[in-house]
Design a protein around this ligand. Structure first.
Ligand code: TXA
Ligand code: MG
Length: 369
């Protein structure tokens, strides 16, 4: 079924018009409708977290598996106490330092506070306060906790522009607030906090080093170790003892962030060896009759011959790589590329989140040279 999607472009309008647009979008959320909005990480697809029918609409619009719970977004600290049971000092310090900002905390849920569809039946709820004026204004005006996954079709790269949301969800959702490009470019860091221990369930906008500046005991979830390259393992990931363990963050088990073409990730300490392997894979795909692409960084872009070579930020500035990553992945789809070889980057800082997303986009096709 196609529905009429309303657009509000609020980047270049005066304050009064912006206020009117925010109020219209908020009214839709209060009516149980679905509205996409910008955050500092990626665009989110919002619904009133208390209304099961609205939340189920998110899963339907995205084609998202219903066992993958959603993050609840809040505009101020007062909203938090309605959502969660009392929490400890470590969680409090993390919020004080990183909110508003790209950190999601998984906390014990206050029973009945949000629809069970938000938490996928778990006893915990994931909460964050986004650092984006449009998101905060919208959530505050709606006056409800807003459940919002990334506003992409399930499995596709997350949207960092309203145009990406439109490409995936036009006619499937009620509204899109266009606040321009998002900042960080990859999703929030998701952590579970148990007493003193902080477990990273998904690397993101807040880095391990930043978390460690606030909490003494920070570790990567074992499920991340399966995807982590050697430096990440050194940073604290431990390989799971068996392969059929249950990930603590249900989202970790799904293929994600993937362009339509087959993506192969190539990593290694020698940039020359990586480049040689990538070019060989591209040449092989070309012989198989596929259109080819390479995802690399500014420093290495001149090395490759393929139908489309995309420089995704710079190895010297991985924040820029994170900012451009999802738009870069979507460019391969726009050019109808059948095979993509992607170059791994470092795991330091935000690089851990970039590598996590590239590894997921590769869906197991990771080569170390
Ligand atoms: O930056 C972000 O976090 C963006 C923007 C829109 O805020 N949102 C986002 O949501 O990335 P989503 O739904 O694409 O990812 C939510 C992640 C999933 O990996 C999910 O499994 C995990 O958070 N999650 C949600 N609730 C959880 C819970 N109670 N326990 C463990 N993991 C949870
Ligand atoms: Mg997502």
């Amino acid at each position: 079924m196609t529905i009429q999607t309303t657009y509000w472009v609020i980047g270049h309008i005066d304050e009064q018009q912006r206020e009117r647009a925010i109020q219209e979008a908020a009214a839709m959320l209060r009516e149980g409708k679905l509205v996409a909005f910008p955050t500092e990480t990626v665009y989110g697809l919002g619904a009133d977290a208390r209304r099961t029918e609205a939340v189920e609409g998110i899963f339907a619009a995205k084609g998202r598996p219903s066992d993958n719970p959603l993050i609840v977004h809040i505009a101020d600290a007062a909203q938090l106490d309605e959502l969660v049971l009392p929490y400890g000092d470590t969680a409090r310090r993390l919020m004080a330092r990183f909110w508003p900002g790209p950190l999601t905390l998984v906390l014990p849920a206050r029973p009945g506070a949000v629809s069970p569809s938000v938490t996928a039946g778990l006893a915990t709820v994931a909460v964050r306060m986004p650092a984006h004026p449009d998101a905060i204004a919208l959530i505050a005006a709606a006056g409800c906790p807003v459940a919002a996954p990334s506003a992409n079709r399930s499995g596709r790269p997350s949207p960092t522009l309203a145009a990406h949301v439109r490409a995936d969800l036009d006619g499937r959702i009620d509204g899109i607030v266009d606040g321009g490009p998002t900042g960080v470019g990859v999703e929030s860091t998701v952590v579970a906090v148990d007493g003193e221990r902080v477990t990273v369930l998904r690397p993101g906008g807040v880095t391990l080093a930043e978390l460690r500046s606030i909490a003494a005991d920070v570790a990567l979830d074992p499920a991340l170790a399966a995807q982590a390259s050697a430096p990440a393992a050194a940073a604290g990931a431990v390989a799971p003892a068996n392969s059929d363990f249950i990930p603590r963050s249900p989202g970790m088990k799904y293929a994600h962030y993937a362009p339509r073409g087959e993506l192969q990730l190539v990593c290694g300490a020698s940039a020359e060896a990586v480049a040689a392997r990538i070019q060989a894979a591209v040449d092989d795909a070309k012989r198989r009759g596929l259109t080819t692409g390479v995802l690399t960084y500014a420093e290495h872009a001149a090395r490759y011959r393929a139908d489309l070579v995309v420089a995704c930020g710079s190895l010297a500035d991985l924040a820029a790589a994170a900012h451009e990553l999802y738009a870069a992945l979507r460019r391969f789809d726009d050019a109808d590329i059948g095979f993509i070889a992607a170059e791994g980057c470092g795991d330091e800082g935000i690089g851990l989140a970039v590598m996590n997303r590239l590894t997921k986009a590769a869906a197991g096709r990771v080569t170390y040279v």
